[in-house]
Design a protein around this ligand. Sequence first.
Ligand code: PRT
Ligand code: ZN
Length: 283
Amino acid sequence: MLRIAIQAKGRLNEESLSLLHEAGIEVTQSRRQLVAQASGFPMEVLYLRDDDIPQAVSCGVADIGVVGRNEVAERGFPLHEEMALGFGACRISLAVPRGQGYEGLHWFEGKTVATSYPNILSAFFQDKGIRARVHKIAGSVEIAPAVGMADAIFDIVSSGGTLVQNGLVEVERVFPSEAVLVSRTDLSDDKREDVDKLKFRFHSIVDGRGLKYVLMNLPKERLSEAVALLPGMRSPTVLPLFDEGWCSLHAVICERELWDRVERLKALGAEGILVLSLDNIIK
Ligand code: PRT
Ligand code: ZN
């Protein structure tokens, strides 16, 4: 029986549960309980604060966990990163008060920087040869410069709205992060097998995100031009139609290229274009 640690509440909770759901795993008990039984996979779910997940997995309280890569790096416990999960995207960045005339990292020389990620920041400054003071604070890092506690901050940024609201400018993107699946480094063979099964399901979901399945009818003489527009998974599928001058073309297209490709296909004479959502891709 695998035990997975996920965030009890917060930004990663909902998407962790929906990833499990899409993988055919339902969590039956209320999330107020620390441990819940799952169905659809031999698994228990342990609800923790994200700060505690790296240690819980590393010391074997849980076998695997879903947590931000930022927490994994900051805590420094020995863990194995199994896969990136494609949600919770953010970065930890250095930001300075607006109007500082920032021209490069040497600006930080002798300055004080407030952060909840002192280990990642100290390692970064050391690597770059910058002597700055790293001031650890637990929360509301973004107000530290305004209240005179620090000259700059090193904090998580996603939309950047919080920085703007606090009169700060992002000057260095230091650490890109997203939710990852981590495992303890001493998994038994049985558990390793279960983790691989779970990863197979997760990959089929994560790989299918942002992809569309597109079908259309196309005059046969335009086929090679159309295929050139559609990289697909290997190559597009072409099926005959009763009308011999026409064929049916099926392909997988990345969502952000969808409209551009559809417009170009239409210009080639494509008709009856259907765009379908993809739940899973089993590679
Ligand atoms: O209670 P618990 O300790 O479990 O939760 P928490 O409050 O410590 O963490 P939580 O739920 O805020 O974040 C969990 C994880 O989500 C983080 O460790 C990151 O991996 C990831 N994540 C993704 C984020 C953000 N995006 C994010 N925007 N974590 C925090 N933020 C904060 C950021 O610090 C900023 O102050 O949200 C604010 C808004 O960001 P902007 O740039 O969109 O304005
Ligand atoms: Zn936390």
